[in-house]
Design a protein around this ligand. Structure first.
Ligand code: ZN
Length: 650
């Protein structure tokens, strides 16, 4: 059952050819503006007054035809069905040399068995000849650098504008742990991805990093607290001053008000006696034997009482170590330099438009304004793909077996983290993001407060979302997403972070902060009043950062588009036309039809922080002055807000 409050569009009259003379035709729906949209005209429903429901006005004809099937999870939409599936088709067909070689080795994994076993045994010997804990710690670093999995993983995060190597406790044995009794592990991986997204986007969680990072320089894991990590760094060739430790459970730490400074797991690891430590390291080394020979392989399977599904295992390795390499293949194949340049050009225009708005801003003190502009100027712009670094690219050309492939993949992963360590954030953040968290084959765009970077993934600079072939109004409507990400740097969460991605508020005075709070509170109240199903209202608090970003996104992109038209010598009428088209295109970017199940899921899931599609449109346009004039929206129209009621934030 579709229980939406979306307008049912009742035709004004039923015309009947035979009786046409006798029917008194009511007037055409009042033209809402002298300017008629020229884009997405077939999606427009002229029976809906834009001021009553702009979403349905702009997409209503499409909406009537759209059908939600049982496979749609309650929603059909442009982003999900058109854009994402077009993109997925590309990701399904990535031509990666690395993956191809690994796949061919996986077919006959036990080649070079003797050499490989010998290689593993050499490592065992090194462990057995180590005398002290210190030696073993250093050896752990060396082995990790050589491509052995150890009970930790490195990722690359920022501190004070520089990239650092961050230790995460990780007790996963690559190969044995991939042998499973059933294949229901997939959900766990998704969770992992979501967890990272949460960490990157949610300051209250990333805040957990802060005490840990602070501890590095001052209380020093260098000398007293973390001799183990210092030795590991030494073994890996990383400067301990650029390395941090992170607890393995961010969320708990965040809840503990940042009191926890270290991971208990690391503490336990450090406290192991020499013999126990050697034993543990050997377990990690021996894990690799499973891929050396049929005999070891069968033994490992028997012990785990499961089977190793090679394709799942490959996916695991790819997911874990090959994000950067895979991103490279993907970009190489699908994302042209032109796409990247167009996207970057757009971001430049948007940043300029934002700066202009800031110059005209009347509610910020000079001090806060300067902070905002400084942060905006420093914001790293990561569009489409980075300038590739050799350290992250996997070369399997000399490899003769799957085991060797895996060692090269692990080694390469650590090499890029190492290469990034100490690099400035604006240079390194994109590499880090795609090596550690999200490869470029994910359909994504995000602001990362910990890097102060906006990240526009390839999907957003490609057809059917953004391309040179499009009418500019559509292109700039898509660019609202870029501007949305920029605005996240200045939403109620992003405002707590400075230009380096450290926790320092952008507010120079309490008064500025209070005024900001007052303005965003308006948005909260507005969204709380949107009835998304009969008797069910949107959650203005939960969706606040996204709504701030949506509003900034539209205003900044509209400014940029208007400026572009002016620069191109457009007449006033052309500009008006362009703006009308922009708003229609914006609504069509979020065109969607969804049912009650989708609405409930969205409202009840705390992770779903975006407003529903309809409110992403109606909630935003009704705060945008230009829209009132362009679509002749007047008091009495359902979406009408008087100027005092509109939220003016950025
Ligand atoms: Zn957002």
């Amino acid at each position: 059952m579709v229980a939406l409050t979306l307008l049912l569009c009742i035709p004004f009259f039923n015309s009947c050819k035979d009786d046409v003379d006798r029917v008194e035709l009511p007037p055409e729906p009042t033209p809402t503006s002298s300017v008629k949209p020229t884009v997405y005209t077939s999606n427009i429903d002229n029976t809906v007054k834009p001021g009553n429901d702009f979403f349905m006005y702009a997409i209503g004809s499409w909406w009537k035809k759209a059908e939600i099937t049982e496979f749609d999870e309650g929603i059909v939409s442009f982003i999900k069905d058109d854009a994402q599936s077009a993109f997925n088709e590309k990701t399904d067909n990535i031509d990666s040399e690395t993956v191809k070689i690994m796949a061919s080795h996986a077919e006959d994994p036990f080649t070079n068995a003797e050499e490989n076993i010998e290689f593993i045994q050499q490592a065992e010997k090194r462990v057995n000849s180590a005398q002290t804990k210190e030696e073993l710690w250093k050896l752990m670093g060396e082995l990790a650098a050589e491509g052995f999995q150890m009970p930790f993983k490195l990722i690359s995060l920022a501190k004070n504008g520089k990239m650092g190597a961050v230790f995460i406790f990780d007790d996963d044995l690559n190969i044995s742990s991939s042998i499973s009794k059933d294949d229901s592990d997939e959900e766990g991986e998704d969770d992992d991805d979501e967890r990272w997204e949460t960490i990157l986007r949610n300051p209250s969680l990333t805040r957990a990093l802060q005490p840990i990072q602070r501890g590095v320089g001052t209380r020093g894991f260098n000398t007293e607290e973390w001799p183990m990590l210092v030795s590991i760094c030494e073994g890996m060739g990383i400067n301990p001053a650029d390395a941090y430790i992170i607890a393995d459970d961010f969320e708990e730490i965040a809840k503990e008000e940042f009191e926890t400074e270290s991971s208990d797991d690391f503490k336990q690891l450090q406290e192991l006696e020499t013999e126990e430590l050697a034993e543990l390291i050997l377990t990690y080394i021996d894990d690799n034997l499973a891929l050396c020979s049929q005999e070891y392989f069968e033994a490992a399977e028997a012990e785990a009482e499961g089977t190793l599904v090679m394709s799942d295992f490959m996916e695991f390795i790819t997911e874990r170590y090959l994000k950067y390499d895979l991103s490279h293949s993907f970009a190489d194949q699908y994302c042209t330099a032109q796409m990247k340049q167009d996207g970057e050009q757009m971001v430049r225009e948007l940043k300029n438009a934002f700066k202009k708005r800031l110059e005209q801003n009347t509610w910020l003190s000079e001090g806060s304004k300067a902070n905002v502009i400084e942060k905006l100027n420093a914001m790293a712009v990561n569009v489409a793909y980075p300038e590739w670094m050799d350290e992250g690219l996997v070369d399997l050309s000399g490899s003769e077996s799957l085991l060797e492939d895996i060692f090269i993949a692990r080694k390469t992963y650590n090499e890029i983290i190492k290469a990034l360590t100490g690099m400035s954030v604006d240079k390194g953040s994109f590499h880090a993001l795609i090596a550690c968290f999200f490869d470029l084959t994910t359909f994504n765009a995000m602001y990362a407060p910990i890097y102060n970077s906006i990240n526009i993934f390839p999907c957003w600079v490609m057809d059917p979302i953004f391309s040179g072939k499009m009418d500019n109004s559509i292109k700039y409507a898509s660019a609202t997403v870029f501007a949305h990400e920029i605005t996240h740097g200045f939403d109620n969460e992003g405002a707590n972070w400075d230009k380096y991605g450290d926790i320092n508020s952008i507010w120079a005075s309490e008064a500025d902060k209070a005024e900001f709070e007052r303005r965003i509170q308006l948005l909260v109240e507005q969204y709380n009043q949107f009835e998304v199903m009969p008797g069910v209202f949107a959650n203005g608090e939960k969706t606040l950062p996204e709504n701030i970003a949506d509003l900034g996104g539209v205003e900044i992109a509209l400014d940029a588009y208007t400026q572009k038209m002016k620069n191109d010598g457009a007449t006033d009428n052309d500009i008006k036309q362009g703006q009308v088209d922009f708003f229609v295109a914006y609504a069509n970017l979020w065109r969607a039809k969804y049912d009650a199940s989708y609405i409930s899921k969205n409202l009840n899931d705390p992770e779903k922080t975006h407003s529903l599609e309809k409110e992403r449109v109606n909630g935003i346009v009704s705060n945008t002055d230009e829209w009132y004039e362009l679509f002749d929206v007047k008091a009495g129209d359902k979406l009408y807000r008087s100027p005092e009621q509109r939220a003016y934030i950025w």
